[in-house]
Design a protein around this ligand. Structure first.
Ligand code: IVH
Length: 712
C-alpha cells in the first residue's frame, strides 16, 4: 500500500518525533519504554519512507545518526563568542586563594559557586536555531573551529531537535568523550584488525571526530555532556543553576554530578567528595571545575583574553596508596629488552585494582632503591599507568637486600636461557638471542605494522595466538601458514571460541602477496633490528641495494670503526656518501652484527627459500652523482609536517621522500619548510619564531609537481 506524499510527510514527522522521544528516554532519562527491536523497527520504517520520498527527508532526521557521504574537508566557522580556557589551580591552597579572590572582588562573604567534574573530552559548540541542530564546531584555536556537524549528528545523546520551549538561538558547549567500556572494545577491535590502537579515550574521541566519513563515526561509541553556553537569544539564564534547568527542560544532557555551595569549606568539602566519586564516572576526569553561579557576578568579574576570572579548574593530585612489593619479575620485550616488573599485593587505586607496575630498568630500581619485600607507594601516572613512586623506608625489613637484575636472572634470559648483555650507553639489559620465543609475537607485530610491511588483519592478539598455537615462530613463517589454517584460528578460548574467519585470512594472504613487492627499506625496518628505525632503514636502503649487500657492506664496516667525536664527513671513505645522522656507528654495528649472526643468516636463507629478495627503491649511494641523474623536485629540502592534512601524515612523509626531500620531526634553523595542516600549533609557532616559511599542503604539492613559485 503506497502513501500519498502528504500522508508520507505526516507519517515521517510522526516517526521522527517518536524516535526522538525514545532517544531522550533512553539516553537522557535512562527509562526506555520500548525494546531495542521495536526502536529499530521505527527507525527502519522511517528509512524506508525516506528512500521512497527522498525530497521529503528532513535535514535533521534521526536517520542521520548512521552518517552520510564523506566530506572532502571540514568547513571553518568563527565562534560568535570565543571559546575560552579555564585557569588551572594545582593545590588546595590555590583553590582557597581563588575563592578568597572572588570574595574580595565581589565584596561579599558568601559567593555561590557550582562545582562539577572537569570532563576529559573534546570541546564542541552546538548551535541550535529554532530548536534544530544547525552546526557543531570544534574549539579550534578558540576563535575559529572545524564544522563537524555530520559527525556530531551520529552521537545519540546529542539531540538533533529540542523541545519547543528552547530559545530561538541556543549555543550549548560541552565535551564529546568516549566511555571507558566503549574505548576498551574499540581498541580491542582495532588491534585484532591490525590497526594502531588509541593511547587513551580522549585521543580516541578526538581521532574519531577528525574522520571525514561520518558513517565511520557512527560506528564508534561517543557520548556528549553539556557544561556551558555561548550565544543565546534573549536575556539568558540568570544563574548557571538556571542554565542547567534549561538544559533539562529542552532535552540536552548536562554535567552530572554538580554541587552548589556558597562557602569556602563547603567548596573544599564537595571537591573531596568528587575526588572519591570520580573514578566511577563514565568519562575520564582529573579535576573539578568551579564556576561562579550568578551571571551578573560573572560579568562583573570579567575575563582575560585567555580565560574567565569566574572559573577555575582544580587538578586532583593522583591518588597514592601503600602496598607490599612481594616480588620482582622480568619481562622480555620485542627487542629482547628485559624489563623488571613489580609484583604487588593487589590494591585499589584510581578506580582499578593494581597488582603490577613497571620498574623500567635497573637504574630506576637502584635510584629508588626498591627491594623485594618493601612497602612502596604507588600511583597511576596520567591516571592510567601504575607506577612505583617511592619506598616507605621506615617499613623496610632489616634483611631486605638491594636488587640486581643480572643476579636475579643468573645472567640468562628468563624466556630462552640465552645470554643477556648491556650495551654501552644503554640502561637496559637485553636478550641477544634473536630466536628467543618471548620476542616472537612482538617481532611479528613489528613485521606486520603499517610502517613496516603493512599486513592489515594481524594485530597483537592474532600475533600472540599464532605463536601460542605454534603456527609461527618467526615473522617469515607467516608466508608458510596455509590460508585454511589461518581461517580457522581460534582467537578466543576453548569455551568461548572466536574464529578468525575466511575473509580475514584472505585479506592477510593478499597483504602478504603485496609485501613481496615492498622495497628494501620497509623490509629492513620490518625486521626489528635494534637501532634501525624507519629513518635509518630508509638511509641504509639508499646506501645498499639488497639485504645480502648489508652483510658485506664496506660502508657499514668503516662506519662502525669511527671513534667517538670523529665525523663521517671527515672520513675519506665515508664522506662521498653523505650519510644521514640516523645511521651512525651504533646502527651500522647493529646491522652488521645481525646479518653476520647465525640468526641473521637464518633469516636470509629463509627468505631465499621463500623467493623473497626485496630491492631498494631509493638506491643512490653517492648523492652528488645521484642529484644530477635524479634531479628530484624536493632534493636537498627538509620539511617538518604538522597538523591535519588531507592524507595521513605518514603518507605525506612518504610522498616527500619519494620526491627527494627529507622529513624531520622538529623545527630548527635547518628546516626549509614547515608544511602545516589544520591545527598545527607549536611547530607552526616555532617556525614563525625561527623565520622558517610555513606552507600549505597545496603549496607543497605544487612544489612536488614543479609548478610552485615559492621562494628558495
Ligand atoms: S566550563 C570558559 N565546565 O575544559 C569556561 N568546561 O580547560 C567554560 N571542560 O574549554 C567552560 N569540563 O572544553 C567547563 N565541567 C566543565 C568542563 C569544561 C571540561 C573543558 C572545556 C574548556 C576546557 C578548559
Amino acid at each position: 500500500m503506497s502513501l500519498t506524499p502528504l500522508e508520507a510527510q505526516a507519517e515521517m514527522t510522526r516517526l521522527a518525533g517518536e524516535i526522538d522521544r525514545h532517544n531522550r528516554l533512553y539516553y537522557l532519562d535512562a527509562t526506555p519504554e520500548i525494546s531495542d527491536a521495536d526502536y529499530d523497527a521505527l527507525f527502519r520504517r522511517l528509512e524506508d519512507l525516506e528512500r521512497e520520498f527522498p525530497d521529503l527527508r528532513h535535514p535533521n532526521s534521526p536517520t542521520g545518526r548512521v552518517g552520510g557521504a564523506p566530506l572532502d574537508k571540514f568547513q571553518q566557522l568563527r565562534h560568535a563568542v570565543p571559546m575560552l580556557s579555564i585557569d588551572d589551580v594545582f593545590s588546595e591552597g590555590e583553590v582557597t586563594e581563588f575563592y578568597q579572590r572572588l570574595q574580595r572582588l565581589l565584596g561579599t562573604e558568601r559567593v555561590p559557586v557550582m562545582v562539577e567534574p572537569k570532563i576529559d573530552g573534546v570541546a564542541v559548540a552546538l548551535v541550535y536555531r529554532n530548536g534544530q541542530l544547525e552546526t557543531a564546531t570544534t574549539r579550534g584555536d578558540g576563535t575559529t573551529g572545524d564544522v563537524i556537524t555530520e559527525n556530531v549528528r551520529t552521537i545519540r545523546s546529542v539531540p538533533v531537535r529540542l523541545k519547543e520551549s528552547a530559545p530561538a538561538v541556543l549555543e550549548v558547549r560541552g565535551e564529546i568523550f568516549m566511555p571507558a567500556a566503549g574505548f576498551a572494545k574499540l581498541n580491542q577491535d582495532r588491534d585484532e584488525a591490525g590497526l594502531p590502537t588509541f593511547a587513551n579515550p580522549r585521543n580516541a574521541a578526538a581521532g574519531t571526530l577528525k574522520q571525514l566519513d561520518s558513517r565511520e563515526v557512527a560506528r564508534r561509541p561517543l557520548d556528549f555532556i553539556a557544561h556551558s553556553f555561548g550565544q543565546m537569544e534573549g536575556a539568558g539564564p540568570a544563574t548557571m543553576s538556571e542554565f542547567h534547568a534549561l538544559l533539562k527542560e529542552v532535552g540536552i544532557p548536562g554535567s552530572e554530578p554538580v554541587w552548589h555551595v556558597d562557602t569556602l569549606d563547603g567548596m573544599l568539602g564537595v571537591i573531596h567528595e568528587l575526588d572519591e566519586r570520580r573514578h566511577h564516572l563514565p568519562y575520564g576526569t582529573d579535576g573539578a571545575v568551579i564556576k561562579v553561579d550568578d551571571r551578573a557576578a560573572q560579568t562583573r568579574l570579567g575575563a582575560t583574553s585567555r580565560a574567565p576570572r569566574w572559573a577555575a579548574a582544580y587538578k586532583f593530585p593522583p591518588e597514592q596508596k601503600e602496598t607490599r612489593l612481594h616480588a620482582i619479575t622480568i619481562q622480555v620485550g620485542r627487542t629482547g629488552v628485559l624489563t623488571p616488573v613489580a609484583e604487588l599485593d593487589p590494591v585499589f587505586v584510581s578506580g582499578t585494582t593494581v597488582s603490577r607496575a613497571t620498574l623500567h630498568n635497573q637504574d630506576e630500581i637502584t635510584r629508588k632503591d626498591v627491594r623485594v619485600g618493601d612497602t612502596v607507594v604507588i600511583e597511576k601516572a596520567g591516571e592510567i599507568i601504575p607506577a612505583v613512586v617511592k619506598v616507605v623506608l621506615e617499613k623496610r625489613s632489616p634483611d631486605a637486600v638491594p636488587f640486581s637484575l643480572f643476579d636475579h636472572v643468573g645472567g640468562l634470559c628468563p624466556s630462552c636461557s640465552g645470554p643477556i648483555a648491556k650495551e654501552e650507553g644503554f640502561v637496559a639489559w637485553r636478550c641477544v638471542n634473536f630466536a628467543c620465543p618471548a620476542q616472537a609475537a612482538s617481532r611479528i607485530r613489528q613485521f606486520v605494522s603499517r610502517k613496516a610491511l603493512d599486513i592489515e588483519g594481524i594485530g597483537s592478539t592474532v600475533a600472540e595466538k599464532l605463536v601460542e598455537r605454534e603456527l609461527a615462530h618467526s615473522p617469515l613463517d607467516l608466508f608458510e601458514i596455509p590460508e585454511a589454517s589461518l581461517a580457522v584460528l581460534n582467537l578466543g578460548t576453548d569455551e568461548e571460541p572466536r574464529i578468525y574467519g575466511e575473509k580475514n585470512a584472505r585479506k592477510v594472504a593478499e597483504a602478504l602477496q603485496r609485501a613481496r613487492m615492498m622495497p628494501l627499506s620497509r623490509w629492513l625496518y620490518a625486521m626489528g633490528i635494534p637501532q634501525i628505525g624507519e629513518s635509518a632503514a630508509r638511509e641504509m636502503a639508499r646506501l645498499h641495494e639488497t639485504l645480502p649487500d648489508l652483510a658485506t657492506s664496506a660502508i657499514l664496516a668503516e662506519l662502525r670503526t669511527l671513534k667517538t667525536g670523529e665525523r663521517k664527513d671527515d672520513n675519506a671513505l665515508l664522506a662521498p656518501y653523505r650519510i644521514a645522522s640516523e645511521v651512525g656507528p651504533a646502527a651500522a654495528s647493529s646491522a652488521l652484527d645481525f646479518f653476520r649472526s647465525a640468526a641473521g643468516k637464518a633469516v636470509l636463507s629463509h627468505m631465499e627459500r621463500l623467493g623473497l629478495n626485496p630491492r631498494s627503491d631509493n638506491f643512490a649511494p653517492r648523492p652528488e652523482e645521484a642529484a644530477a641523474s635524479y634531479d628530484l623536485p624536493l632534493a636537498g629540502k627538509t620539511f617538518v609536517i604538522t597538523g591535519t592534512l588531507s592524507i595521513d601524515r605518514d603518507d605525506m612523509k612518504a610522498l616527500i621522500l619519494s620526491k627527494g626531500g627529507k622529513v624531520s620531526g622538529s623545527v630548527s634553523k635547518k628546516t626549509h619548510f614547515v608544511l602545516a595542516g589544520e591545527g598545527g600549533g607549536s611547530k607552526r609557532d616555532k617556525a614563525i619564531e625561527l623565520g622558517v616559511p610555513v606552507i600549505t599542503e597545496g603549496e607543497a604539492r605544487a612544489m612536488m609537481d614543479g609548478t610552485d613559485s615559492t621562494p628558495e
